[in-house]
Design a protein around this ligand. Structure first.
Ligand code: ATP
Ligand code: GCO
Length: 213
């Protein structure tokens, strides 16, 4: 896992440059297509970060929570944590949706998904197994429990209450060093700082990928 806590120095990028890379005046279409999964427990800022990154890079954005079956939402709204069985089909659906987005011709897609456990991340990783042009990246939004609690508590009109934060953290398997496709971002800072940091992480990966093509 790569850990990123510093303020980014990468320049802001407008959307147009990310779907193709300018190399010595020639238009170069990048070889890889990227699935950017913004992960972490309830309240870490997945939606806030994903919307920003997708907008800045002109990429499609899929809100993972909107693909949960009604039964899952009802469980969570009733303070009942989801279990593995509740999540498998949802994770597979998210993977399919991300692949479908890439097949529509875009060079990347941004997806929010809690992906709390390693085996859940593995379900998404399968997206690249049969297609070596697809790269899967997880942006793990790391926050201490008190920050999560405060953010979920302050949010109004959402099915997920702060009483669920504890179970989210109990389920959470923080990405380990050997998960080299995970980039970790400290989200304790302000919204603008975190958005900028996450974007810089994505830009760094894109730049490295373009350089290696
Ligand atoms: N860096 C930040 N500083 C302060 N507040 C933030 C920050 N990031 C997000 N928030 C706020 O915290 C709340 C949770 O953020 P957000 O909905 O983006 O998280 P999430 O991970 O998508 O949550 P969930 O999965 O529970 O829907 C929102 O009210 C959001 O406005
Ligand atoms: O796997 C899960 O338990 C869920 O995806 C949750 O993480 C929530 O849907 C989300 O965070 C909303 O608050």
């Amino acid at each position: 896992m790569t850990s990123t806590t510093a303020t980014p120095t990468m320049p802001q990028t407008n959307g147009a440059t990310m779907n193709s890379v300018q190399t010595n005046g020639a238009q170069h279409v990048p070889e890889h297509r990227h699935i950017w999964i913004i992960t972490g427990p309830a309240g870490c800022g997945k939606t806030t970060v994903a919307e920003y990154v997708a907008k800045q890079l002109s990429l499609p954005y899929l809100e993972g929570d909107s693909f949960h079956p009604k039964a899952n939402i009802e469980k969570m709204a009733n303070d009942i944590p989801l279990n593995d069985a509740d999540r498998w089909d949802w994770l597979i659906l998210l993977r399919q949706q991300a692949i479908a987005a890439l097949e529509s011709g875009t060079t990347g897609v941004v997806l929010t998904c809690s992906a709390l456990k390693r085996k859940y991340r593995d379900v998404i990783r399968i997206a690249s197994y049969n297609n070596n042009k697809v790269l899967v990246h997880f942006i793990y939004l790391r926050a201490p429990q008190d920050v999560l609690l405060a953010r979920v508590h302050a949010r109004v009109g959402h099915y997920m209450k702060d009483s669920m934060v504890k179970s989210q953290l109990e389920s959470l398997e923080e990405p380990r060093e050997d998960e080299s496709d995970v980039l970790s971002v400290d989200v304790s800072g302000s919204m603008a700082e975190v958005q900028r940091l996450a974007l810089s992480v994505v830009n760094d990966v894109m730049a490295a990928d373009a350089g290696s093509a």
